[in-house]
Design a protein around this ligand. Structure first.
Ligand SMILES: *Cc1c(COP(=O)(O)O)cnc(C)c1O
Length: 401
């Protein structure tokens, strides 16, 4: 092979190979070359499949999108979901694609913090209104509906108190009133609950969390149950510029290969940790939907059928000093405000996700200084329980508020 040295700048074609790579290549190319204008026409008109510009789609996004479509039960006839650069980009895509000026939203009052901010602080500036209501109480959701209400936005299991929404009641209400039902399924994942099977019109994910699972990729997903809505979601994501990075898609694809194994292991660990916590003298209260003492235990049983997830919250007896001692003592468990990592992580809502709320509002939700949220990982459960028990014991001994 001889090259004219002046031609180094020219791109080479992929080397020929009859054998194909086993793992997906990361395709970072922003643009794709077509043969001629007729071929490009055919691509744009959908007669030929081909990528053009990576904001509009690339192979790594297609691979992840098809896997999540499959997990959520989307069929060929429904169209395809859209992969976005983050979970929040998916929430934004949904709102920008489906709402018109003057529309009103009813949203769960314990949604993810940034979703709440977007709907209650940023959207009003653009001419949309939002009313928050308690999704465990369908009468409260119903009371919030106005003539101009367009959609209901909920999460199935709330953060961080793990309350379980009345999804059957809300889905029936949305259907009766002709409202779109939007479900952020990040916490539950399709392994626990598939919103499209229960009347949802739109499903949103932060793939950053359990589905990618390693705290190294940021990605979102949004899909609808009709091709028209899926096209509107795709067009909004492309136009507003919420394109995902190929590398994050590649990492997410890799994370997905072990999703069901990780989920099942983390869930079993969470159930065991919740029971162990309930027996610790330094712990005032444990919240896990699988436990009989959880306020929504019966609904969790009906809805999730034993898939109670990997999140456990508990309250230490004591205040900030006790919490600090506990967090330092649990030195091998990351104190980090995320969830769904392979390793267990701890968060303290009063100083992070819920710091913006007044103390009274936090108290009303049951989020005191001693409240800890645990995203349980896949490590050896005996080791995990031992580490947590030892940290709780040290925090109790340290005493004080
Ligand atoms: C994290 C999260 C989001 C936002 O996702 P990012 O990928 O961080 O943008 C949205 N909803 C829920 C329920 C989340 O946990």
């Amino acid at each position: 092979m001889t090259y004219d040295p002046r031609s180094l700048v020219r791109r080479t074609r992929n080397p020929a190979s009859v054998s194909q790579p086993v793992s997906s290549p990361i395709q970072t190319s922003v643009v794709y070359r077509s043969t001629d204008a007729d071929e490009l026409d055919a691509q744009y008109e959908g007669r030929l499949q081909g990528y053009t510009y990576s904001r509009e789609g690339h192979p790594n996004a297609t691979i992840v999108g098809e896997k999540i479509d499959w997990l959520e039960g989307l069929t060929e006839a429904d169209g395809k979901g859209t992969i976005t650069s983050s979970g929040m980009a998916a929430v934004s895509t949904m709102l920008l694609a489906l709402l018109n000026r003057g529309d009103h939203i009813v949203a769960g009052d314990q949604l993810y913090g940034r979703s709440l901010r977007l709907m209650t602080q940023d959207l009003p500036r653009l001419g949309f209104e939002c009313t928050l209501a308690d999704p465990t109480d369908v009468a409260a959701i119903k009371a919030a509906i106005r003539p101009e209400t367009k959609m209901i936005v909920v999460e199935v299991v709330s953060n961080p108190t793990l309350r379980v929404a009345d999804m059957a009641g809300i889905a029936a209400l949305a259907r009766a009133r002709g409202l779109m039902l939007v479900v952020d399924n990040t916490f539950t994942t399709p392994r626990a609950w598939r919103p499209f099977d229960h009347g949802a019109d739109i499903v949103i994910h932060s793939l950053t969390k359990l589905l990618a699972g390693h705290s190294d990729a940021m990605l979102g997903y949004v899909a609808a149950k009709t091709p028209e809505h899926n096209k509107a979601l795709y067009d909004a994501a492309v136009t507003w510029g919420f394109a995902p990075s190929p590398f994050d898609c590649w990492l997410t694809e890799r994370g997905l290969t072990t999703f069901d194994l990780r989920y099942d292991r983390a869930e079993a660990n969470a159930a065991a940790l919740a029971d162990a916590l309930a027996d610790m003298p330094g712990v005032a209260r444990v919240l896990y939907p699988g436990r009989a003492d959880h306020p929504d235990h019966n609904r969790a049983g009906d809805l999730l059928k034993g898939r109670n997830g990997n999140m456990v919250s508990f309250t230490l007896k004591g205040g900030r000093k006790t919490v600090n001692t506990f967090l330092r003592a649990a030195e091998h468990i990351a104190f980090a405000p995320t969830l769904g990592d392979v390793g267990t992580t701890l968060s303290h809502p009063a100083s992070s996700s819920h710091r913006g709320l007044s103390e009274e509002r936090r108290a009303a939700l049951g989020i005191t200084e001693g409240f800890i949220r645990t995203s349980v990982g896949v490590e050896d459960v005996d080791m995990l329980i031992h580490e947590i028990a030892s940290a709780v014991e040290q925090s109790t001994k340290a005493g004080g508020a």
